[in-house]
Design a protein around this ligand. Structure first.
Ligand code: AHG
Ligand code: MN
Ligand code: MN
Length: 341
């Protein structure tokens, strides 16, 4: 089935991938196949998320992940689907996941490893929202390995700064399901037509507005925030110029960032007295979101340093996260820098 709007035919994700393959500097088709397999896994997870209230998939799985967090059944399911899809097709040499303590080495049928990409992912983001029918997501980040092809993948292949990412994206399982990704040439968004299981290019060349009016932060933690963040919140609430701004917080990073990307706004998960490095994970939450936001003309930082420049030292490392349209993030950084010791 072809989809038209105002007499314009929407391009499918499959067509878009083929047409834009040359955009990618080292393209041999491998990255295209990788994005294709993410598309397939996304459709499977979407199918499961959509019937979550009807089948026995809601609630806790009875296990905890590396971070001591209770795993939800859908966390485990999404993790398995993405790992299976990526390993079956033998197009990555390794996977790092929020749900797995260690890296997963992927080798081909003959035990060789001919692939050059590693994937890092948060298979199900916003899991505490599953049981209450609020949007959740998947986040992925793709790097070229550093160690030679044909040898076992190493931790150093994963611990690369975000600026080395060759592609990044997210899937939002929301009122409609979208796949948004970048290969470093702008950001494009595709909406799933669930009737036929095809993603269509609905949001070409996504850019975030230069100015925003939304701030997104879990204000329940206010007393534990650094003084720079407290001052920035007060600035957002002040009656002056185009302020006060409006506060919106879903508690699913993907959904909060997606909304702010489209409407203009800032998302903050700062360090707190309880968790000095914040809550979000650098490698599979902050880096991919930072690449997308920068590619959409926005900005992402730790409050003091560009996220994509941070040199990781651990797979599950956490980092404070500020991201959104440039003017709001710069303003928050200005407040943060006043208290830099
Ligand atoms: P995950 O479900 O993958 O563990 O991620 C949850 C994250 C993120 O999606 C969200 O922005 C943040 O946790 C919300 O944390 P608080 O409940 O502390 O606000
Ligand atoms: Mn998450
Ligand atoms: Mn998760």
């Amino acid at each position: 089935m072809e989809v038209y709007m105002n007499n314009k035919r929407f391009q499918t994700l499959g067509e878009f991938i083929i047409e834009n393959q040359a955009d990618f500097q080292y393209s041999t088709g491998e990255l295209s196949r990788l994005i294709n397999s993410i598309r397939l896994a996304a459709k499977t997870v979407n199918h499961e998320v959509n019937k979550a209230g009807l089948v026995d998939i809601l609630g806790a799985a009875g296990s905890t992940n590396k971070h001591g967090e209770k795993q939800q059944k859908l966390d485990v399911f999404a993790n398995e689907i993405f790992i299976q899809t990526l390993t079956n097709r033998e197009i990555v040499c390794g996977i790092g996941s929020e749900e797995n303590e260690d890296i997963i080495e992927v080798s081909g049928a003959d035990n060789s490893n001919l692939n050059k990409y590693v994937v890092l992912m948060d298979p199900l983001d916003g899991s505490s929202n599953i049981d209450v029918n609020v949007s959740v997501g998947t986040i992925f980040s793709i790097y070229r390995r550093i160690t030679p092809v044909g040898t076992p993948v190493q931790m150093e292949d994963f611990l690369q700064p975000g600026k080395n990412q060759v592609a990044a994206g997210y899937i939002i399982y929301g009122t409609s399901t979208m796949l948004v990704y970048t290969v470093g040439k702008g950001v494009n968004g595709f909406t799933l037509n669930p009737a036929i299981g095809t993603f269509y290019l609905s949001h070409p060349n996504m850019t975030t507005p230069p100015n925003g009016k939304i701030y997104s932060i879990n204000e329940g933690n206010y007393v534990h925030f650094p003084q720079g963040v407290k001052d920035f919140i007060k600035y957002c609430q002040e009656e002056k110029d185009d302020r006060p701004y409006t506060s919106r917080y879903i508690g699913s990073l993907v959904s909060d960032v997606h909304r702010n990307l489209l409407k203009g706004g800032i998302y903050i998960y700062p360090s707190t007295a309880k968790s000095p490095n914040g809550k979000l994970r650098l490698l599979y939450e902050c880096n991919p979101m930072a690449m997308i936001v920068e590619q959409a003309n926005g900005r992402a930082s730790t409050g003091l340093q560009r996220i994509l420049d941070v040199k990781p030292n651990q797979l599950h490392q956490r980092v404070p996260f500020f991201c959104g349209n440039s003017s709001m993030v710069e303003k928050a950084e200005e407040f943060m820098s006043r208290y830099k010791e």
